[in-house]
Design a protein around this ligand. Sequence first.
Ligand SMILES: [Zn+2]
Length: 106
Amino acid sequence: MSDEIKPCPFCGGEAKLIGEPKCYWINCQNSDCLTSSGINQKTEEEAIQYWNRRVDKSEPITMEKFLDLMYSTTGTQRLPGEESMVVGIFSPLLEAINTHFLGVVR
Ligand SMILES: [Zn+2]
């Protein structure tokens, strides 16, 4: 196996490859977390690459990205003048998320 399995992106716990021929995935071994790569991959290498790629994507969430996600997942539309209020409400939350989960210090 060429790639090493990175720790869990949420708790930092050990992650383990699970599966059988043609069906592999990775689970966090921390019983309080249980994060899973969730998608079954055909080879061990693909499962590891999938898990590690997701970890590498950890980057600060911008307010624009956050708003896009919020409006698209709730199915609501942006209203004129609403954005500054939403930004005011969610800025502290977004900063806490980035600091806590991604270790970003502004
Ligand atoms: Zn975990």
